[in-house]
Design a protein around this ligand. Structure first.
Ligand SMILES: [Zn+2]
Length: 303
């Protein structure tokens, strides 16, 4: 575990080869015990909490950012440590008060994963609803876009505005539960909050405030161009180059490699893409092929 500020921890950093998401923890120093924000998919990864002298049975609350299984797959196992643990999630990502696997692409990714639905103890319905545990207050900000019921939990402590946003960097195009317009509005709402530290689901911490701003704006542009390429025109070379360039700026080199390769398949003579590909390779990105499959899947389901 790594300390973010006093009593706030990142439990496990992002592992590109692992399953699940980054998990965060707040020690409320009160009868409310430990609060987890998302839980991931593997109980073994949560064992580091014990290595730092805490006890898994003291996890009394688990705030779920959204209904994708990589963020909550392990929740049922947490009940083996504390049967009274309470789960929190937004109404729009729950069904019959349970988190279910509703998203086909995430479900497909983890098709072999045995998941038992968990009951949500408190359904979040209102924007800016407050959850209070000891002296720690979490403001629930509804940020639809990546999923309809995505929530970012805002905590102000140690003079910092800390945001647990789940997948701000997630795909938010008009496909499979995503909604681009809603996402852009949600991100604008977050920009206005002037966040100091963004605790992402699939990245390390983003800080300070200027970097958070660049990060959010970058992913807004990325999703806009992704929506164009995937749902409107897969051969839009301008949007494809934008995707490559923005992901490079965001240091997401695997994506840059993928976008450059795809663009160069369509337009081999594109010098800008050739140059960017050369720069990208200096960062030794792992080979990654995603965009073509994604476009095919989207066009398959649209037609
Ligand atoms: Zn997600």
């Amino acid at each position: 575990m790594r300390n973010i500020v006093d009593n706030v921890y990142i439990v496990n950093p992002y592992d590109p080869n692992g399953s699940g998401c980054c998990v965060y923890m707040v020690d409320t120093k009160s009868d409310e015990g430990l609060v987890l924000i998302d839980a991931g998919m593997e109980i073994e990864l949560l064992r580091v909490i014990e290595e730092d002298g805490f006890d898994l049975k003291d996890i009394k609350h688990c705030l779920i950012t959204h209904g994708h299984i990589d963020h909550y797959g392990v929740c049922n196992k947490l009940k083996e440590f504390n049967k009274d643990i309470k789960f929190y999630a937004h109404d729009l990502d729950a069904e019959d008060n349970e988190l279910k696997i509703r998203d086909p692409s995430t479900a497909q990714m983890y098709a072999d994963y045995k998941y038992e639905p968990i009951k949500i103890n408190r359904i979040i319905k209102n924007d800016n609803e407050i959850l209070k545990f000891g002296n720690y207050e979490f403001k629930c900000i509804h940020i639809p876009g990546h999923t309809p019921g995505s929530v970012a939990y805002l905590l102000e402590t140690s003079g910092k505005k800390i945001l647990f946003g789940g997948d701000l960097l997630g795909i938010a195009i008009n496909f499979q539960g995503g909604n681009l317009d809603a996402y852009l509005k949600s991100m604008q709402k977050l920009i206005e909050l002037k966040i100091d530290i963004s605790c992402e689901g699939h990245e390390d911490l983003i800080e300070p405030a200027e970097k958070v701003l660049k990060f959010i704006k970058g992913y807004m542009e990325l999703n806009k161009n992704l929506n164009t390429v995937v749902l409107e025109n897969p051969s839009d070379t301008k949007a494809l180059f934008e995707l490559a360039f923005i992901s490079y700026e965001l240091e997401f080199y695997e994506m840059t490699l993928d976008f450059c390769n795809y663009l160069l398949e369509i337009q081999p003579e594109n010098e800008k893409a050739q140059k960017l590909l050369k720069e990208t390779k200096k960062h030794n990105p792992t080979k990654f092929e995603w965009i073509k499959n994604f476009i095919n899947r989207a066009s398959g389901s649209v037609n």
